[in-house]
Structures are given as C-alpha cells and as structure tokens.
Ligand binder design. Structure first.
Ligand code: NAD
Length: 359
C-alpha cells in the first residue's frame, strides 16, 4: 500500500481507493482509516510549515521547533507580525516566506506538520481588519488544509477561547458550544475561528486529513506589541511609563493568563499526539482585570494609578479554561505563574520595547 513518510521514518497508510467525491462512503472510510499517527519522538526531524510564524506566538513556536531539531518554513504576510520577531533566528533549518494565505498557497517542499496560526488576534487588529480576519479564517484555513491534505501532513488549527463568546458555562470545557454574537464587532474574529474549526473537522471527517484544534486562552510574553490593545502589554506599557492603567468597567471581569513557553509546549504536544477533537490550552488560574492591573503595578514597582473606562461591546465577563482534556491526553499543564511570567516578559522583552519606544 502507498504510504507517507513519517517524521520518525515510518509509513502512514493512505486512504484506500479514496476519490474525494462521495461524501457518504468517504465518511465511513475516513473513520476506518483515520490516521493514527503515533506520538512523534522528540528526536525525530520533520518539516513544519508555520503560518503566522512572524507573529507573537508563531515566532516562539518557530524557535521551539528549531531547538528540537526540526526544519521550519515560516509563512507570513507581516500584516500584524514583524520581521523583528524572527530576525535573531540563525538556523540553517529556518526559512521565511512572504505569503498571504488568503491567496493561493504553494509550498513545494515536503511538509510533515502544518501549524496554522495566521490571523489577526488582538481586538485592535481584527476591528481594524474585519474582512481580512474573516478571509484568513475562511479562505486562509481552506488553503492551508489543502496544503496539509496534499502533503499528507498533520494539521493544527490555532483556534481561540473566543469561540465560547461570553460564556454561560464556567469554567469552559471543550464540549460547550459557546455564546457568541455573530453580528457584533467581535463577531468577525469569533465566527472566523468557529468557521475555521468547522472546516477543519470537515476536512478530517470527509477528506481524512489528520487534524487537530487548539483553543488558546489569553497568552502573553515577550514580543507582544506594546500597543496591540491586549491587557497584559497595555498594562505593562502604562506601568513602565508610570501612566494610569486603564481598566474597563469595574475591572471585575475575569481572564486567565498563560505564559507563552507553557502554551508553545502544549501546542507541540497536541500536534504530536493523535487527538482530533479541540483541546483547551491556557492557564486555569483566574484573575479579575483589576487584580491583573495591581499585580503589574507591583511587579514593575510602578507609581501608576488605576483609572476606569467604559466596557467594550460584547466584552466577555468570565474566561477560565477547563484543561482536564489537555491534562488527560497530553499530560500538559502550565508551569509558570503570573508573577513569574510577567518578570520573564520584562527581562526578555526589555523595558524599551514594552514601553512602546520601539513600536
Ligand atoms: P499575531 O498578530 O502576533 O500573529 C498573527 C500572525 O499572522 C502575524 O504574524 C500576521 O502577520 C500573520 N498573518 C495575518 N494574516 C495573514 C495572512 N493573510 N497570511 C499570512 N500571514 C498572516 O497574533 P498571535 O497572538 O501570535 O496569535 C497567533 C494565533 O493564535 C492567531 O490565530 C490567534 O487567533 C491565536 N490566538 C492567540 C491568542 C493569544 O493570547 N495570543 C489567544 C487565542 C488565540
């Protein structure tokens, strides 16, 4: 039987007699022949295409995979990412390709893993780029699933806790379907990701593509842009400039904050597992926005005060991941607490960048 090369040197069976036309037969066959990739040994070398690789999370993922000895093709159109995030990478196994994935995507190389992270991610970005956000979640995801199918690569979709909207279930488990306003300003991001998840599952069920979905909860760390509007970099910038920290509403809305190294470790564990259903990754420690602001002031030893501004439309009141599935399937849990993560962010990013001087 024909097979595809596995990073570990083995062969995975192809779907026998697959034509891709008859949906009914296909579902049956895919279920029978669903790819069962054994966990990849960390020493195995594979080629990973990372969309959004020049962004905040993507650049950390590039580094992590290179450190593990993999080859990385970083695909990005630099819409919200930057060459500054990857310019320090000196590795023969690394390559940057300037590609807009909403257009046709061609990657001539053999690819074993597609990590699909490209998408505006901060509210400032997706409110500025509503149509692009919808296109990258739909056309972009379609194109990258096509690449994964053609290359017979394992595919990982970077989805988000925003698929739960303003949740009525707390903490959020993966089987909760969410509470999203599709026509509110945030809907472009939430619905793009929900559509991307639906398309990913359709490619898995109908086309037999070996897919995985990570639902990422708020993650922070070095290389976040000081002015991207997300809570941690905003508070750090304001605190480091001794400016007032702007908290929305009364600051009683809760979030959980995961340090980037923990998240990247979880993403790779998921990609190298054989899980297909969505997996939450995030830090289950829950803080109010007011507590976060006070912690940032404390860690930075800032003289800043806290001021209150009106809540944005459809701002979720609570966010906390239930990470039981990640614990069970991947043996994963975060190791870095908020104070330690903030200290590492300041140390690695440097005060100048966090204060927005180099933006
Ligand atoms: P980011 O904005 O830093 O990175 C996104 C990257 O995608 C950028 O480099 C951008 O240039 C690239 N990109 C956008 N459109 C593109 C296109 N059409 N073609 C090619 N590249 C394109 O954001 P991030 O925080 O690193 O987020 C990465 C992914 O993780 C996103 O999919 C986001 O939805 C998801 N996510 C992030 C968080 C978080 O807390 N950081 C939380 C949930 C989900």
């Amino acid at each position: 039987m024909a097979g595809k090369a596995e990073p570990g040197g083995g062969r995975l069976p192809l779907l026998d007699g697959w034509t891709g036309r008859n949906g009914g037969i296909c579902v049956l066959r895919c279920r029978e022949a669903a790819p069962r990739r054994p966990p990849v040994a960390s020493a195995a070398v594979s080629t990973c295409a990372i969309t959004g690789g020049a962004g905040f999370l993507g650049s950390h993922l590039c580094e992590h995979l290179l450190k593990r000895g993999h080859r990385v093709i970083c695909v990005d159109n630099l819409e919200t990412g930057s060459l500054q995030n990857i310019e320090h990478i000196r590795d023969d196994g690394f390559e940057f390709r300037h590609i807009d994935i909403t257009e046709r995507v061609e990657i001539p190389d053999q690819v074993d893993f597609v990590y699909h992270l490209a998408s505006p991610a901060s509210p400032i970005d997706y409110l500025r780029l509503p149509l692009h956000t919808l296109k990258v979640g739909s056309h972009g995801t379609h194109h990258m699933l096509g690449v994964a199918k053609f290359k017979r690569a394992r595919f990982l979709l970077a989805s988000t806790s925003e698929v739960y909207g303003d949740p009525q279930v707390h903490p959020q488990t993966e089987d909760y379907w969410g509470h999203v306003n599709p026509i509110g300003p945030r809907g472009v991001y939430d619905e793009a990701k929900r559509y991307a998840e639906a398309m990913t599952m359709a490619y898995h069920r109908q086309q037999g593509v070996d897919t995985s979905i990570v639902r990422i909860f708020n993650t922070y760390g070095p290389r976040m842009r000081a002015k991207d509007g997300r809570a941690v970099p905003t508070f750090l910038r304001q605190a480091l400039q001794d400016q007032p920290l702007t908290v929305f509403g009364e600051g009683s809305q809760t979030r959980s904050f995961c340090y980037v190294d923990d998240l990247v470790r979880g993403i790779v564990a998921l990609a190298e597992s054989d899980a297909h259903m969505p997996v939450n990754l995030g830090n289950p420690d829950e803080f109010t926005l007011l507590e976060l602001a006070k912690t940032v002031i404390d860690v930075t030893e800032s003289r800043s005060e806290i001021v209150y501004e009106p809540l944005p439309v459809d701002d979720p009141q609570q966010r906390q991941p239930d990470i039981s599935r990640a614990r069970d399937l991947l043996g994963w849990q975060p190791e870095v607490d908020l104070r330690e993560g903030l200290r590492r962010t300041i140390e690695q990013a440097g005060i100048e960048r966090l204060a927005g001087a180099s933006d």
